[in-house]
Design a protein around this ligand. Structure first.
Ligand code: HEM
Ligand SMILES: *[C@@H]1O[C@H](CO)[C@@H](O)[C@H](O)[C@H]1NC(C)=O
Ligand SMILES: *[C@@H]1O[C@H](CO)[C@@H](O)[C@H](O)[C@H]1NC(C)=O
Ligand SMILES: *[C@@H]1O[C@H](CO)[C@@H](O)[C@H](O)[C@H]1NC(C)=O
Ligand SMILES: *[C@@H]1O[C@H](CO)[C@@H](O)[C@H](O)[C@H]1NC(C)=O
Ligand SMILES: *[C@@H]1O[C@H](CO)[C@@H](O)[C@H](O)[C@H]1NC(C)=O
Ligand SMILES: *[C@@H]1O[C@H](CO)[C@@H](O)[C@H](O)[C@H]1NC(C)=O
Ligand SMILES: *[C@@H]1O[C@H](CO)[C@@H](O)[C@H](O)[C@H]1NC(C)=O
Ligand SMILES: *[C@@H]1O[C@H](CO)[C@@H](O)[C@H](O)[C@H]1NC(C)=O
Length: 744
């Protein structure tokens, strides 16, 4: 009865928009066609693999595939393929019913797959271990943080959207302009981007690298890979031209380079390889549009240090004293562990596959790994009876808390400004106070697709093309300084004597570029060049990524952020300067066409007072970090939870700073540091270099446990414990009701 009513309602709802309404036969037909389409995709795929049309070592596309590669398990690959089946069926249904993009957007998610052959293709709901230990420490895959929604934040679940998708068909086709087709992302890049010149002189390059580090904690959109884990090649690498249609994998979306491109024409390249992001189905088990998967945990939880799965974690743990594995240099310094076999330039690994994307990032990863081991050793000294597991988990929770503290009290204030920190309620609680978390009102913590695929990529504008290293007398070290494009995915410099310390000095002294339309050609022409004379264009990749994720245009997001819709380019004049508006006019035919990422770069040339970002970019970044903080039961300053720090411990964590962590984990030759490591060392602004010993540090004595057992659960109010017994039973009840409701 109930189900019938539901179907009738859907039909009524749908018929408001469509002349045609789906009957069960339509659903069956669409599913059949979808299944057939995926079968022929798999057939084509094996032919392409046989022809060798997958990316080869030595090409930029290969280094790019290391960045966005997909190391998922077979089960994850199977479920991704199921999502493609659901998507193909959705597309067929839309076509069959001749729905508009808007109708598809609205109506497809209302249609359940329950009565179709795809009903078993939806993800299974997650069961949480009932053990109280998992409640105390974050599960490594990000699941079971919120017992009402154990899937929230888990690795390999879809991004959420702040705004409806902008796919041109409402299902999967990249965003396009309703009037004339959008220009190629490479054309947008060459007509909008200018050579690097302006630096952000109040800041240090560490601001850039920390942005990349926390990006790799929050988000990773992995490319689609074929069944055997290979990345399709989307251009003819012999000719540099597009592939003939018959050889194109359906997930290819290569970027067209005009024949007269000032740079690539020298090399006869008219095609830049690009593979679309892997998509996933959600737990609602309905038809719908494509949602890209985040293949790491959505939380700010140190996943780039510890990994996003138990197998990654066990690969990283030493298994003694709660420490992480390391490799040791000839002079006895700890570096990241090395893979036993690996054929890429260098073989360091960490919790995220992008750790050695550039040497600076690898240095900061090394520092964080050392910080973990430093704390683990200190806790062992204090608590000789703690088990390896307790030592590891307590250390991990302290390191994650440090990440939170640095990100919310140092990084975000530098990027967004103090005013925005207040406006968006981003400041952690003050000394001697906790913040609260309410399981029943917490919302979806997933990373916004708009943030990951577009807005936060404005950080790429900060990247410097030449990295300058300094020795202990603060003189440049020319033979260790380097050009970025020679060292993508090459951390071979790290074991050099002095390199880590000279790089730390460089990162806290060299200025980043300002966030604006100016980019280093290291990113726009030479990205991942390897030993080739040319590489890829990161700006073009970002633009294409936004379009293929169905990210709405800049004007639409302006309205979402409370700014007036621009009717003409010149309406942008209060946020964007005239010269920049003119280059937007070169790149786009209409003000409604502007890619979100490009619009945010355009705005940032005139940032909001106190911030490095323009108003729309600031709004999206601030809202994302509010979502990340406010929905996390394990956020470091949350009180009254089994995992909460004691107030004494929390006040110790509040003393940490990035400056002190750099002081504590270098090769022994960094003895001074400015207290605010993201800000230029400058005595006149109260941020002069000073001896490391005078920079406050965390006193781990607060973790000394007299009873030799860190049983914080014992201080939790009985009501909280009761909740942990009742909530799972309540959940079970909801699931039963829910599944009954969905059976039609
Ligand atoms: C040398 C420095 C950097 C390089 C070479 C680099 C390179 C890349 C590349 C190749 C991608 C994938 C592009 C695609 O195919 O879609 C990417 C993604 C991204 N980058 Fe960077 N990046 C750097 C620094 C940064 C910084 C400083 C930030 C922010 C402050 C940042 C934010 C992002 C974001 C948000 C993504 C999307 C991640 C995802 O969801 O998969 N990156 N970057
Ligand atoms: C599909 O819809 C469009 C308008 O949305 C209409 O012009 C066209 O005739 C329709 N096609 C079919 C086969 O109904
Ligand atoms: C790639 O281009 C070369 C040279 O033009 C051509 O001989 C070859 O057939 C092309 N390969 C494919 C798979 O199209
Ligand atoms: C580019 O193509 C032209 C004409 O096909 C050829 O003469 C030239 O040598 C090529 N240049 C490179 C760098 O391959
Ligand atoms: C890591 O460092 C510690 C202490 O410096 C050392 O005992 C250990 O053997 C190192 N090696 C590995 C593989 O973790
Ligand atoms: C730093 O480099 C300068 C110039 O090469 C050199 O004179 C100085 O001795 C170096 N200082 C240290 C501590 O290595
Ligand atoms: C920006 O902030 C500074 C100090 O906070 C203030 O003096 C200045 O007037 C502000 N500028 C604008 C345009 O609001
Ligand atoms: C750390 O805290 C303990 C206990 O409060 C105190 O005895 C000790 O002196 C502190 N250590 C430092 C270095 O401040
Ligand atoms: C977990 O629960 C068990 C049994 O209820 C109890 O003995 C144990 O001490 C608890 N462990 C922690 C860490 O709270």
């Amino acid at each position: 009865m109930k189900q019938h009513l539901k179907f009738v309602l859907i039909f009524l709802f749908a018929s408001v928009f469509a002349n045609d309404v789906p009957v069960l036969d339509d659903l069956h037909d669409a599913v059949e066609q979808g299944l057939a389409q995926v079968e022929s995709m798999l057939d084509l795929e094996s032919q392409l693999i046989a022809k060798g049309l997958t990316v080869d070592r030595g090409t930029s596309a290969h280094l790019h595939s290391l960045m966005v590669g997909n190391s998922g398990s077979q089960q994850q690959k199977d479920s991704a393929l199921n999502a493609v089946r659901i998507l193909a069926a959705s597309s067929h249904l839309k076509n069959k019913l001749n729905w508009s993009a808007d109708q598809a957007r609205r109506s497809l998610p209302q249609l359940s797959l329950d009565k179709t052959a795809l009903k078993n293709s939806c993800p299974e709901s997650i069961t949480c271990p009932s053990s109280n230990v998992t409640i105390k420490y974050r599960p490594i895959d990000g699941s079971c943080h919120n017992l009402f929604r154990p899937d929230w934040g888990k690795a390999n679940t879809p991004f959420q959207r702040a705004l409806p998708n902008a796919y041109s068909d409402g299902v999967f086709e990249p965003r396009n302009s309703p009037s004339s087709p959008l220009k190629s992302p490479r054309v947008v890049s060459t007509s909008f981007i200018k050579p690097a010149s302006t630096t952000a002189s109040d800041f240090t390059l560490m601001l850039m690298t920390w942005g990349q580090l926390i990006t790799h904690d929050l988000t990773k959109a992995s490319s689609f890979t074929s069944a055997d884990g290979k990345t399709p090649q989307c251009c003819n690498v012999t000719s540099g031209q597009p592939l003939d249609r018959e050889y194109l994998h359906p997930f290819c979306l290569s970027i067209e380079i005009p024949v007269n491109d000032q740079f690539y024409s020298k090399y006869n390249q008219t095609c830049m390889s690009f593979v679309r992001t892997q998509i996933g189905a959600d737990y609602s088990c309905s038809f719908g549009h494509a949602e890209q998967l985040n293949s790491i945990t959505h939380w700010l939880d140190g996943s780039m240090i510890y990994g996003s799965s138990s197998s990654e974690l066990s690969d990283l743990r030493l298994g003694q004293g709660g420490e992480l594995k390391n490799s040791t240099t000839s002079d006895g310094k700890e570096l990241l562990p090395l893979r036993s076999s690996c054929s890429d330039a260098t073989c360091y690994y960490a919790g995220d596959v992008r750790a050695q994307e550039n040497p600076q990032l690898a240095v900061v990863h090394t520092v964080m790994m050392r910080e973990h081991n430093r704390i683990a050793r200190a806790l062992k000294q204090l608590n000789s009876l703690w088990s390896e597991e307790v030592l590891f988990q307590e250390t991990r929770s302290i390191v994650i808390a440090e990440l939170h503290h640095i990100t919310y009290t140092e990084y975000l204030p530098a990027m967004l400004g103090e005013q925005a920190m207040r406006d968006y309620n981003l400041n952690p609680s003050a000394t001697d106070a906790y913040s609260t978390y309410d399981e029943t009102t917490a919302r979806d913590p997933s990373v916004w697709n708009e943030f990951a695929a577009a807005v936060f990529r404005v950080g790429h504008s900060q990247v410097q093309g030449t990295l300058v290293l300094y020795n202990a007398s603060d003189d440049q070290v020319p033979d260790q300084s380097f050009t970025l494009s020679s060292y993508f995915f090459d951390a071979s410099k790290l074991p050099q004597p002095g390199f880590i310390d000279n790089a730390i000095r460089g990162l806290t002294k060299q200025m980043p570029l300002a966030i604006n339309a100016e980019y280093t050609s290291q990113l726009t022409n030479y990205l991942f060049k390897g030993s080739n004379p040319y590489g890829m264009d990161l700006v073009a990749l970002n633009v294409q990524r936004g379009r293929e994720h169905g990210i709405p245009d800049y004007n639409t997001v302006r309205v979402f952020c409370g700014f007036p819709k621009a009717n003409t380019f010149d309406d942008l004049a209060s946020e964007i300067d005239q010269a920049t508006i003119n280059s937007l006019k070169n790149a786009y035919d209409s003000v409604d066409d502007i890619d979100l990422y490009i619009g945010c770069l355009a705005e940032s040339a005139q940032p909001v007072n106190g911030s490095l970002l323009g108003p729309t970019g600031l709004c999206v970044v601030a809202k994302q970090f509010a979502v990340t903080k406010n929905n996390d039961r394990f956020f470091y300053d949350v009180g009254n939870q089994p995992n909460s720090f004691t107030m004494v411990q929390l006040n110790e964590i509040r003393k940490t700073s990035l400056a002190r962590i750099l002081c504590d984990n270098n090769n022994g030759d960094v003895s001074t540091m400015q207290p605010k490591a993201f800000r230029a060392p400058d005595a006149t602004s109260n941020n002069g270099r000073q001896p490391c010993s005078s920079i406050p540090s965390i006193n781990l004595t607060a973790w000394k446990d007299a009873k030799a057992s860190p049983n914080k659960a014992s201080v939790v109010a009985p009501s909280v414990l009761l909740a942990f017994i009742f909530i799972p039973s309540l959940l079970m009840y909801i699931f039963i009701i829910d599944t009954q409701d969905h059976q039609c």
